[in-house]
Every structure is written in C-alpha cells, then in structure tokens.
Design a protein around this ligand. Structure first.
Ligand code: B1M
Length: 213
C-alpha cells in the first residue's frame, strides 16, 4: 500500500491523528498539496460517500471520517491559502439553510484565499437573512458564493437570490453556486451567474468575475 492509499484509508476509518501525521509526512516528502488533496483526501471521502449510500456505514462513521478530513485539511491550509499579494476582492460564502455539509465549502474558501481573495465565511445552515445581513456589513463584496450538498437544500439557493432581489441589491453582486447535486443548468434555472464543479475552478471563476467587474 502506498502513502496515498494509507492516508485515504485513515480518512475512511476516521483516524484523525493518523490522517494528520500521514498528510504531514507526504508534504515533508515534497508531494504537492493538490496531489495530497486529490489522490488521498478526496479519494478517501469519495469511498466514504459510496459506502454510506450503500448502507455499509452510517452517520457516526461518516462524521468521524469528516472530522479526519478536516484535521488533514488543516495541515494543507497554510499551503493552499499562502499568497503574498494584496486581496483582489471579497467573497461572502456559506452553506445554505438546512445544510450542515461544510468540507467542500471550506475547500472553496482555502483555494480562494490562495488565489488572493478575501473570504467572509458564514458557515453552514445560512438563511437568506444571514446572507443579506453579511452583505450589508461587507457591501464591498462582489460575489456571494453558496454551497449545497443535498437535493432538498439546493432549492434554498434561489431564496437567497430572491432576498437580494427584494432588497434591491441583486445587481450589485454575482452569485456563484456549487456542491455535489448542483449543475450548470440548475444555476441558470435559478438565475445564478456562475457554477463551478470543484474548489479550484470556483476560485478561478471568482477571479474572472472580479477582474471583469
Ligand atoms: Co451527508 N449526504 N448527509 N453528511 N454526506 C451526502 C451529501 C450524500 C450524497 C450521501 C449519499 O447518500 N451518498 C447524501 C445526499 C443525498 C441527496 O441529497 N441526493 C447525504 C445525506 C442524505 C445526508 C443526511 C440527510 C443523512 C441523514 O441524516 N439521514 C444528513 C444531512 C445533514 C444536513 O446537512 N442537514 C447528512 C449528514 C452528513 C454528515 C454531517 C455526517 C457529514 C458532513 C460533515 C461535514 O461536512 N462537516 C456528511 C458527509 C461527509 C457526506 C458525504 C459522505 C461527503 C461530502 C463531502 O464532504 N465530500 C456525501 C457523499 C458525497 O458527496 N459523495 C454526503 C467532499 C467534498 C470536498 O466534496 O462537498 O461535493 P463537495 O465539494 C466539492 C464540490 O462539490 C465543489 O467543490 C468541492 C471540492 O472540489 N463545491 C463548490 C462545493 N461547494 C461549492 C461552492 C462553489 C463552487 C464549488 O461556489 C460557491
């Protein structure tokens, strides 16, 4: 078993100390943070998702796997967010109402910070009111980023856009959405301005929006 597989297994088993140690070891060997993320952490989490779907494991196991994933991501954080430049703009990001999944949102945040973007993170279970309040406090933000992992919560993304419309500030910002069940087509159906399938392309799209504003 190579070190990527070992780390993937540590995530699957929810062994946070081992996930942290193996992540540190791979980075110390000179493996890039992107490779550690894609070949071990995300690969491990994907297997957890499949086993959860097949009822081979249950919520407690998924929760401890998510904790191990977040612990390993903390090792990568300083590398993924490292940037010497002045921020090129501000994004407000959150997981929508009813949804507690935050691993993907946290990755989008790290990649964006690494691309020189300031991120205001509202956390999970964010109501339209929470997004609008945050925008009132940070009215220099050019983008509102929303994440959803459940088919039952992705519809709450539209309520956030509607709230901005109601408040008369819809055209001041761009809406970017993402998360496993979300698609480009869904984005255009709800009137969002952009969709990204992964964290790296989300950061790229944020930058494009900011540079064209
Ligand atoms: Co949940 N869960 N979960 N879960 N969970 C899923 C999403 C599910 C697909 C599992 C399955 O059945 N195979 C399924 C949803 C089914 C559906 O709606 N169609 C599901 C379910 C059903 C549930 C519960 C309802 C289970 C229950 O209680 N019966 C429950 C809901 C709780 C709630 O939110 N109210 C629940 C709970 C949980 C845990 C709390 C145990 C835990 C979350 C812990 C946490 O996040 N801190 C959890 C987990 C971990 C998962 C899986 C296994 C993994 C999700 C993940 O973190 N993936 C997931 C299965 C799966 O997705 N395969 C599953 C890794 C992450 C990096 O990927 O978030 O997709 P992702 O992010 C990607 C892209 O989507 C994109 O970039 C990221 C990285 O490249 N992206 C964006 C994300 N946000 C973006 C925003 C952007 C742009 C790109 O712009 C702003």
């Amino acid at each position: 078993m190579d070190k990527f597989e070992e780390l993937s297994l540590a995530i699957q088993k929810g062994n946070a100390p081992s996930a942290k140690e193996l992540t540190e070891a791979l980075i110390a060997e000179g493996i890039s943070a992107e490779d550690v993320l894609n070949k071990a952490l995300l690969a491990g989490m994907e297997i957890v998702g499949v086993r959860f779907k097949n009822n081979e494991i249950y919520i407690p196991e998924v929760l401890i796997a998510a904790r191990a994933m977040n612990t390993a991501m903390e090792v990568l954080r300083p590398i993924l967010t490292a940037t010497g430049v002045k921020p090129i703009g501000k994004v407000i990001i959150g997981t929508v109402k009813g949804d507690l999944h935050d691993i993907g949102k946290n990755l989008v945040k790290m990649m964006s910070q690494g691309a020189g973007i300031e991120v205001i993170d509202l956390g999970t279970d964010c109501s339209p009111e929470k997004f609008i309040e945050a925008y009132k406090q940070h009215s220099d933000a050019k983008i509102i980023g929303m994440s959803a992992l459940l088919t039952t919560t992705m519809t709450n993304m539209k309520s956030v856009i509607d709230k901005f419309e109601e408040t008369g500030v819809r055209n001041n910002v761009k809406f970017m959405i993402g998360g496993a069940p979300v698609t480009e087509q869904f984005a255009s159906e709800i009137g969002a301005d952009g969709y990204a399938p992964d964290a790296a392309s989300a950061a790229e799209k944020f930058k494009e929006f900011m540079l064209s504003a």
